[in-house]
Write a protein that binds this ligand. Structure first.
Ligand SMILES: Cc1cc2nc3c(=O)[nH]c(=O)nc-3n(C[C@H](O)[C@H](O)[C@H](O)COP(=O)(O)OP(=O)(O)OC[C@H]3O[C@@H](n4cnc5c(N)ncnc54)[C@H](O)[C@@H]3O)c2cc1C
Length: 394
């Protein structure tokens, strides 16, 4: 059987499996009027569990670490079939999308055995301890201190903007282990159990109400040296590698995959109506929707070319910055457009008279604003592209 035939069979099997197992209650429009948010959340968790049991949350990871052991081509087929079946994109932990790939490459055998299965089955929730007050864009200036005393690091300092730290079981964390080394060389990468005495987490309330953001404080926190990932003082290399995964993931949101019951053209047709030819009735909105769809297609094509180049070992280390910049701007453009399409419903927030579907559009529009900041701001990505890709002077 040729590779193509094997993949075709694989594709059919995957499509059948999704058809059989994807919960029917998730097939309706997210946030549709009449849908119960609590029930939806439970169904989404059940679906994640069903996926995890087959290793499908981490399809390319080895089976011994809870993955499915798929080849890159098989993983691509899985993603395509999920998109085709409009399987919802459910937020996954930073452990799966960010830490996992770096842990697979740089973790000790014990660290991999301890952490990867819990990440792959979604049982252990991770947060990212990078940013500090005063060290965001200039991350390498971070000052959370970790001093090696016997077999333990003693950690003192503060992190900020730690998304979901109040729900997290573990944190991957950048700490300064050598204050005398140059700023990039004195940093190490620690895996920290959030239940360790001396850690306190304080959620941050925003102008819009409660948020996922937290401040995390370390007060003489003892972390065994077995939890150091990579070499002492070499954490910056791992940190940068992880940021590339983060930037790539943020860029991929811009593809606008149809992983929701209503695509942008469908929403426009529903809200605005169609003309006799079945086209979106408002010509300006129609043009903007078409442009957005074309740009998403171009981004998808660029991402798959970049994946091919990565497999051939030809990728620029800075492609992630380009994808993050373009993808996050495209996401924001798409959400602006969805708001225009919703018209006055789009400015709704809460209370009687607002439909859950319209509120969801508003919340997503607001959330998308953060895409241009998280994972390194878009200004920083522009700097990276200017210096490292275009070779422009400082
Ligand atoms: C939704 C969201 C989730 C996040 N989750 C996490 C998390 O889980 N863990 C974590 O550690 N962090 C997290 N962050 C924090 C994020 O990494 C930082 O906000 C980001 O790196 C910017 O740092 P800062 O907020 O300190 O801004 P600053 O670095 O103070 O920047 C302020 C402004 O100045 C600009 N600027 C700064 N330096 C330059 C320069 N050299 N050239 C041009 N412009 C510049 C920036 O672009 C920005 O507009 C999250 C942020 C968001 C929005």
């Amino acid at each position: 059987m040729s590779e193509d035939e094997a993949l075709k069979t694989f594709r059919r099997d995957i499509a059948d499996w999704i058809e059989q197992h994807y919960p029917s209650e998730l097939r309706q429009t997210p946030g549709a009027d009449g849908s119960d948010p609590q029930q939806t959340k439970t169904s989404e968790q059940n679906w994640l569990q069903i996926m995890a049991e087959q290793g499908l949350l981490a399809p390319t990871w080895p089976k011994e670490y809870g993955g499915a052991g798929f080849s890159v081509d098989q993983a691509r087929v899985l993603a395509q079939e999920q998109r085709r079946a409009k399987v919802r994109a459910i937020p996954i932990s930073a452990g799966l999308s960010l830490l996992g790939p770096v842990l697979l490459e740089h973790g000790t055998p014990e660290q991999k055995q301890q952490h990867l299965p819990g990440i792959a089955n979604g049982a252990v929730f991770w947060c990212q301890g990078y940013s500090e007050p005063g060290s965001g864009s200039d991350l390498a200036s971070l000052s959370t201190r970790a001093e090696l005393v016997g077999d333990d690091f003693i950690v003192n300092g503060q992190k900020i903007w730690t998304s979901h730290a109040d729900d997290a079981d573990w944190m991957f964390c950048l700490v300064r282990t050598d204050p005398n080394a140059s700023k990039h060389e004195g940093i190490s990468f620690l895996l920290i159990d959030m239940a360790t005495p001396g850690i306190s987490v304080s959620p941050i309330r925003l102008i819009s109400g409660p948020s996922a953001f937290c401040q995390t404080f370390f007060d003489d926190v003892r972390v065994g040296k077995a939890n150091l990932m990579g070499q002492l003082g070499q954490g910056w290399t791992l940190a940068k590698q992880l940021l590339q995964h983060e930037r790539q993931a943020l860029g991929s949101i811009g593809r606008g995959d149809a992983r929701r019951a209503l695509t942008l053209p469908e929403l426009a047709a529903l809200e605005i109506g169609t003309n006799a030819q079945g086209h979106i009735a408002d010509v300006t909105i129609r043009n903007e929707v078409a442009q957005c769809e074309l740009d998403s297609l171009a981004l998808r094509t660029t991402m798959s070319r970049s994946a091919d180049q990565a497999r051939a070992g030809q990728n620029s280390a800075h492609i992630a910055s380009m994808l993050k910049l373009y993808g996050s701007e495209l996401t924001n453009r798409r959400h602006e457009l969805m708001m225009s399409i919703r018209g006055t419903d789009g400015v709704g927030w809460d209370g009687p008279g607002y439909s859950p579907a319209a509120m969801r559009t508003t919340r997503q529009w607001l959330r998308a604003k953060g895409n241009s900041i998280e994972g390194g701001t878009n200004e920083i990505q522009r700097n990276v592209i200017a210096k490292r890709v275009l070779g422009l002077p400082d």
